[in-house]
Design a protein around this ligand. Structure first.
Ligand code: PMP
Length: 399
């Protein structure tokens, strides 16, 4: 990459995709690998959503959309945000993006430049580190301990803020820990932010419908007085099993949103009209499926926790949301794998689990929290049961 820009030289591929590629290669070579590396619903996109996309294509909705999104899609998202944020959100306060990921990219690229620091509670989604470094900003991690359920301690936030702090990234339910925010915690964070008016916030609520304990709360709803420096984003990827449709959305203050539209207009312009029609059907259609699917993911979480409880040396807390388990593998470090490999880091553990137990996970260091591994629980009961049995057997045979 030496012939390319500094921006490219400092950007690394996401570890989750790298691990998934290794698992695919092993499978192609004939190994029975169970891949729990990528966070992707295995359930199908609902039929009525697919029908709406087909109807849109047949009706000629096949031309360039406006950069910020089709009127119908922005209106559907505005209704959703009006409900969630408990205040009127107009369609022109909404930006439709290529997945939640582009909403984050737009927001960071619009706000962050070299010299800025970005406060990121850890563990965090690997994508945040990538985009902040791409923009030239410096990530500052705020470690959240397992004993606090991986929730951000407002005192730690307060202590980390400097004049260079431009942005705080909040993600609840959290990938990879499954931590869920409660109103008291968000209120305390808002209290800190009120004392530091130069700090902006991205609230990444992409797992909003995957909450097993507690309910969905977001900082812009809790602290409407801070709304002029908060971008709230979500999308249909996780909730409606539509990762491939690439449809995310966000709302925020007019100036930040306009700057984000400029980033998007420069890179990709408007999102596929077909996907926007599908998103309208998802958002405006029957919502019972969210409850049904939440029950499925909850059952899987419980299955995995029971399975991991049988694995010596692993410790974990119960994830209250999202579809991941994030056990500590600290008890395995300094030991030797069943095939005789030294386990010095979480990378070694994830590598050995893949090569020896044929289970693909992602090391916690990819999420700025070494000493852990992340397992996606968005897989069939059978795959999860077999994967946990393999992990337990591996851990039991470690020397
Ligand atoms: N935020 C978080 C925390 C995620 O885990 C993901 C997907 N893994 C995204 C954003 C991106 O979602 P999308 O597929 O909608 O781009």
């Amino acid at each position: 990459m030496s012939g390319f820009t500094a921006r490219i030289r400092r950007t690394r591929p996401a570890a989750t995709f790298a691990m998934a590629a290794r698992a695919r290669a092993l499978r192609a070579a004939g190994h029975d690998v169970i891949s729990l590396s990528i966070g992707e619903p295995d359930l199908p996109t609902p039929d009525h959503v697919i029908a709406a996309a087909h109807a849109a294509a047949c009706a000629g909705e096949t031309r360039y959309p406006p950069i910020a999104g089709t009127e119908a899609c922005r209106a559907a998202v505005a209704r959703k945000f009006t409900h969630d944020l408990n205040r009127p959100v107009a369609p022109n306060q909404v930006l439709i993006t290529n997945g939640g990921k582009q909403a984050i990219f737009n927001a960071v690229m619009a706000l962050i430049e070299p010299g800025n620091t970005v406060l990121i509670p850890a563990p965090c989604w690997a994508g945040y580190i990538q985009v902040v470094e791409f923009a030239g900003g410096t990530p500052v991690f705020l470690p959240c301990s397992a004993s606090s359920g991986f929730r951000l301690d407002p005192a730690r936030l307060e202590a980390a803020i400097t004049p260079a702090s431009r942005l705080l990234l909040l993600n609840y339910p959290n990938n990879p820990s499954g931590a869920v925010a409660d109103p008291a915690m968000l209120e305390a964070i808002a209290g800190v932010l009120r004392r530091h008016p130069h700090v902006h916030v991205i609230a990444d609520d992409i797992y909003e419908h995957l909450i097993f304990e507690g309910a969905y709360h977001t900082i812009a709803g809790i602290a409407p007085d801070l709304a002029d420096r908060i971008v709230t984003l979500s999308g249909v990827s996780k909730s409606y099993a539509m990762t491939g449709w690439r449809l995310g959305f966000c709302t925020g203050p007019a100036d930040w949103l306009a700057a984000m539209g400029l980033v998007q207009g420069t890179a990709t312009a408007g999102v596929s009209t077909i996907s926007q029609a599908a998103a309208v059907a998802a958002l405006d259609g029957p919502q019972d499926l969210l409850i049904e699917r939440r029950a499925i993911y909850r059952h899987r979480r419980d299955l995995v926790l029971a399975g991991l409880a049988a694995a010596p040396h692993l410790t974990f807390t119960r994830p209250d949301g999202a579809f991941y388990a994030f056990p500590s593998i600290a008890g395995l470090l300094g030991r030797t794998s069943p095939a005789g490999r030294r386990l010095a880091t979480d990378d070694d553990v994830a590598d050995a689990l893949l090569d020896e137990a044929l289970v693909a996970t992602v090391p916690g260091s990819a999420f700025a929290m070494p000493g852990h591994i992340r397992l996606s629980t968005a897989a069939s009961d059978d795959a999860l049961t077999r994967a946990c049995a393999r992990i337990a057997q591996f851990c039991g045979a470690v020397k």
